[in-house]
Design a protein around this ligand. Structure first.
Ligand SMILES: C[C@](O)(C(=O)O)[C@H](CC(=O)O)C(=O)O
Ligand SMILES: [Mg+2]
Length: 503
């Protein structure tokens, strides 16, 4: 008891926390808060063990792939059968997808495509389910080993779970509560993006995503890390940006977003976009298209460049306005006597969002800005364009260091010959994408398998099951079909252990 007390006190001391932060795995992380503050907020008892052990394991997985220029290629697991089979097959990570939860399993049982509008405990609950099932299989396997049972395997069932934290589902305290649920559930890593909660667009290819400023993305990542620190968790953070598919931004406050904010360059347009939609006889969509076409949208820097009589003046503007927001830079240009017209306010959407030129450069800027706040960087791209991924990887590594790990959602849209498609993951691995995943692949595979079995039984009754499910399953050593999977031996032994022969 005293030893436990001493352990908790030592674990909670500012010195121990600082020593942990000074380790190579943690020290790159920029923390604006002190070890004293974290110590003062520490949980009275540790509850981080599962996520820490799994997080450390995941670090090793990524480090190995980084060294070998290979990748952990994985799929989204919809249920415990899928995650179990993935362990059997040697997967070294399991993905837990928000999209899959949205479609198939969430606490309100409301199913629709991925708008990330499920309750914020949805994905943590799925992680919890998969984690507990992993534990059960690990226990059963250990039990079989003890008994010398030949069905015992060398499989490590505790495959690190990497889960979807979406936008963080709200403000800083919501981000922290979400992080806490993930730690308690046993997640090894979670990813978080820069979209605005409640505005998520479903699917990869939908343009016009709404972003928060870079600084807000950083704040969200920090909220996760702060919570992990308070709990003592080694859970990894994966930063995601949707900047390549972005069309809007909530605020112009961050200077780093300036090169991507769009404004009207047409001084003869009397109405703003919103006013012109209100007075139009056409539909809002058509009125918007007409206004945008007439506005000749550009970035502030492009508008200033076009108005500069010579390169020297533009160079002076560029130097003077470095690190300035659009509002400050516009003032600088005017002070330099550059006569230009540019209005990002007039171009705001009906919701009040600024227009944003989403592209791979915006994604690079955002990931670079987050490198000190995340273990893995990931850009969500609308389609797999190798040149973009090459550029992202090169630039991010040039600015953040060769050792920075990258992730990528393959989304199954890779084109080419079978050979090219097969080699694609290795190609990306060569660029540094150590984690590559197919979120919906587990669900699709499950559908194909069930369809096959259900069809066989429908057509041939029990013979269909024997011939088309059990036989091929046994031949492929699908352990779900074994008695071992059902845990009967373990439960029998547990019941026997508490059954008295005689009172
Ligand atoms: C990865 C993702 O967040 C998910 O929930 O699985 C989705 C998947 C998808 O739409 O393909 C996303 O990338 O937004
Ligand atoms: Mg998602």
């Amino acid at each position: 008891m005293q030893a436990q007390q001493a352990f908790v006190e030592e674990w909670s001391s500012p010195q121990a926390i600082q020593a942990w932060w000074d380790t190579p795995e943690q020290s790159f992380f920029h923390r604006p808060y002190s070890a004293e503050l974290v110590a003062s907020l520490r949980d009275p008892l540790p509850s981080h063990l599962a996520s820490s052990v799994q997080g450390r394991k995941l670090r090793k997985v990524f480090e190995k792939h980084h060294q070998n220029k290979t990748a952990s290629v994985t799929i989204g697991a919809l249920d415990v059968i899928t995650s179990h089979i993935m362990a059997d097959l040697g997967y070294d990570t399991v993905y837990v997808s928000g999209a899959v939860c949205s479609l198939t399993d969430n606490p309100t049982d409301e199913f629709n495509s991925d708008m990330a509008d499920y309750t914020y405990d949805t994905v943590p609950k799925k992680v919890n389910q998969l984690y507990r099932s992993q534990v059960q299989h690990a226990r059963l396997n250990t039990f079989l080993k003890y008994k010398g049972d030949p069905r015992a395997t060398y499989v490590d069932y505790m495959v690190p779970l990497i889960a979807d934290a979406d936008t963080g589902h709200g403000n800083a305290t919501a981000n922290m509560k979400l992080a806490k649920l993930f730690v308690e559930a046993g997640a090894a890593a979670i990813h978080l993006d820069d979209q605005v909660p409640g505005t998520k667009k479903t699917g990869a290819k939908t343009a016009g995503r709404v972003l928060v400023p870079v600084s807000e993305l950083v704040s969200r990542l920090l909220a996760l890390k702060f919570q992990f620190d308070v709990m003592g968790s080694e859970c990894l953070i994966i930063q995601r940006t949707d900047a390549e598919t972005a069309g809007y931004l909530t605020s112009t406050i961050d200077a780093r977003d300036r090169p991507f904010i769009l404004g009207s360059t047409n001084s003869t347009l009397s109405d703003s976009l919103v006013a012109s939609i209100a007075s139009a006889t056409s539909t809002p969509g058509d009125a918007e298209d007409e206004w945008v076409a007439a506005a000749s949208l550009s970035t502030l820097d492009e508008a200033v460049r076009a108005a500069c009589p010579d390169d020297a003046l533009f160079a002076t503007f560029t130097t003077k306005s470095a690190e300035q927001t659009v509002a400050q830079a516009a003032r600088t240009a005017r002070e330099l006597g550059i006569a230009f017209f540019w209005d990002c306010e007039a171009a705001r959407s009906r919701e009040g969002w600024y227009r944003y030129r989403g592209n791979i450069d915006a994604a690079i800027m955002r990931s670079v800005a987050c490198a000190r706040y995340a273990d893995v960087l990931w850009t969500r791209t609308p389609a797999t364009v190798v040149e973009d991924l090459e550029k992202y990887a090169k630039e991010v590594k040039r600015q953040c260091g060769e050792d920075k790990w990258l992730g990528y959602n393959l989304a199954a849209d890779v084109k080419g010959t079978d050979e090219e498609i097969k080699g694609f993951t290795s190609k990306l691995a060569g660029m540094g994408y150590v984690w590559q995943f197919l979120p919906l692949a587990g669900m699709s595979a499950l559908a194909v398998g069930v369809e096959r079995g259900a069809r066989a039984v429908r057509d041939d009754g029990i013979l269909g099951l024997v011939k088309d499910v059990n036989k091929p399953g046994k031949a492929a050593a699908v352990s779900v079909l074994e008695k071992a999977w059902q845990g009967g031996d373990l439960s029998d032994a547990m019941v026997a252990a508490v059954t008295l022969k005689k009172e």
